[in-house]
Design a protein around this ligand. Structure first.
Ligand SMILES: Cc1cc2nc3c(=O)[nH]c(=O)nc-3n(C[C@H](O)[C@H](O)[C@H](O)COP(=O)(O)O)c2cc1C
Length: 198
């Protein structure tokens, strides 16, 4: 899909999801965007880390993580987040803000099926206990077999979330003009947008 050009004259797509679809790789593309996921820390301060954007559609932008991770505790306390997607290179940015909900079991199973073997192994094996071992121990821990029947199921520690967009801000750099953004906010059942300085 040809990326929508934020510098083109005329209105951008009425639905920001259409713009996002033209900018980001399809869910089936193994080249996943890395996004900075920002949350509210339990001390009230901001926290952030990189995760992979697993998929997105009108129901939200999905990411997956370990139940034991700090972001999971933070999202249980304050189920709101933002995602900053820089894709591709330094040319385009999308910031999504909104509420975060836990994915149901069916969605989790579908996401697990789409995961690479390496990411499945990480979900099964990458624990704080393993991280605390010396290099030889970590190599031994990584070399263990994950049984096929177990690997077919999402690891018990694995959890998925969907960020439901309340606001989406698209940014594009400019070679011969200033950078420019378009911000979409909810308006009834649809969206309103306005252009902003970059
Ligand atoms: C490129 C990249 C991709 C990553 N993808 C994920 C991911 O999809 N899910 C995840 O839980 N952690 C991912 N991580 C690790 C996180 O950045 C982070 O270290 C981990 O989730 C623990 O975060 P927390 O303690 O803030 O919860 C990724 C790190 C990098 C650098």
């Amino acid at each position: 899909m040809t990326p929508f050009d934020l510098h083109a004259d005329g209105d951008p797509p009425a639905d920001p999801l259409d713009l996002a679809r033209s900018w980001l790789p399809a869910d089936a593309d193994p080249d996943r965007p890395q996004v900075v996921l920002s949350t509210v820390g339990e001390d009230g301060g901001p926290d952030a880390r990189t995760v992979l954007l697993s998929a997105f559609d009108a129901s939200g932008f999905a990411f997956h993580t370990s139940r034991g991770s700090r972001k999971v505790a933070q999202l249980a306390a304050v189920p709101r987040a933002s995602m900053t997607v820089l894709w591709p290179g330094f040319t385009r940015q999308l910031v999504v803000r909104g509420d975060v909900v836990v994915e149901d079991a069916d969605a989790l199973a579908r996401a697990w099926a789409a995961r690479s073997d390496h990411l499945r192994r990480l979900a099964w094996l990458n624990t704080d206990d393993l991280a605390g071992l010396d290099l030889a121990g970590r190599r031994r821990g990584w070399a263990v077999d994950v049984r096929d029947d177990a690997a077919a199921q999402p690891a018990p520690s694995w959890v998925g979330y969907r960020l439901r967009p309340a606001e989406l801000t698209f940014w594009a750099g400019g070679a011969d003009t200033a950078s420019r953004r378009v911000r979409y906010t909810r308006a009834g059942d649809g969206w309103q947008h306005r252009y902003l300085a970059g």
